[in-house]
Write a protein that binds this ligand. Sequence first.
Ligand code: PLP
Length: 402
Amino acid sequence: MTSHVPDHLMPTYARLPVSFERGEGAWLWADDGRRYLDALAGIAVCGLGHAHPGVRDAICEQASQLVHVSNLYRIPAQEQLGDRLCAAAGMERVFFANSGAEANEAAIKLARLLAHGRGVQRPEILVTENSFHGRTLATLTATGNRKAQAGFEPLVQGFVRVPYDDLGAVETAAANRPNIVAVLVEAIQGEGGIVLPSTGYLAGLRELCDRHGWLLMLDEVQSGMGRTGRLFAHQHEGIRPDVMTLAKGLGNGVPIGACLARGAAAEALGPGSHGSTFGGNPLACRAALAVLDALAAEDLPARAARLGEHIRSGLRAGLADLDGVVAVRGRGLMIGVELDRPCPELVNAALAEGLLINVTAKRVVRLLPPLIIDDAQAEQIVATVVQIIRAFLAQEPAPAAV
Ligand SMILES: *Cc1c(COP(=O)(O)O)cnc(C)c1O
């Protein structure tokens, strides 16, 4: 199937020629009645699947009472969500926004404001290669992908880039750049191809940040909300950041982002220094509260851990004999299969088999299914992905040796 460009939409996306009318759990129904298994969850957004009863009831109830009032007034659901997120993350305060990029903007702004308050006039934030932090000017500058930046120059100043998963490079930067005040990294790189840092990387960053008085700011927009087997991916490492950003899975599809902070970082943004018209409105916060309720009630992080292991071992077994498969990796239900050649066609091949997947970083098949999938659905994902990768590698010529 060829991609579709609607007449009056800016062509920022190459859209597949399929549209969905209805969903239930991990199933989606297209307007032609065909059923698809969703192994992408709207890019790690619908962790509870589609039409989750808890989220549906919360949204419907709130919509029938009050959708929006503005942050000029107290919003009980926002206060409650702040309490719940801080208790779960060991943080102190939250700023609510509407997206991942906006949550990261808040983190960048608070790091700069704190630095200025301490007399650092030209603060720098350390970021990594191959990262993704969003599409606003500051967050695309932080993003370690030239393609996202090309044509949008001049970019924002004040970022220093080092390779991901390289503590030595961070130490070198520390020695050479006296104005660094914070590190902003993904706990696991998502768009970059499901890249897990070595065990000890986040703990090493924590130690370097402590030693140099920097803020450790973790972007958990994709890895957060139970997807990796813990509520937040950094919890696998037993460390705590100073700042953490969330979005994608937080509202199960209702747009909401959050920037959580503790210590001095939690006190940096005062009245008038930052804001959002929509951020943290009653509707979005009720949705997020329902998400937290369901994650706990259904023990979904543990389920994600178990099913993720299962899917990865199934994929490894089914693909073991293929030279074209470089790696099967991931944590919980954040899974990547790296091939030795570009494979964008696999999205269409999966669609033809009734499965929604994604290919990121050109040659990594990315699976981000809802955390509520059952064992049979996990089996179907494994069987279909193995089948389409086998067929693809059998027909594609291998890349020329370089
Ligand atoms: C998706 C993503 C973002 C950007 O979120 P938006 O809601 O699209 O602005 C930022 N960081 C990471 C790690 C992401 O995966």
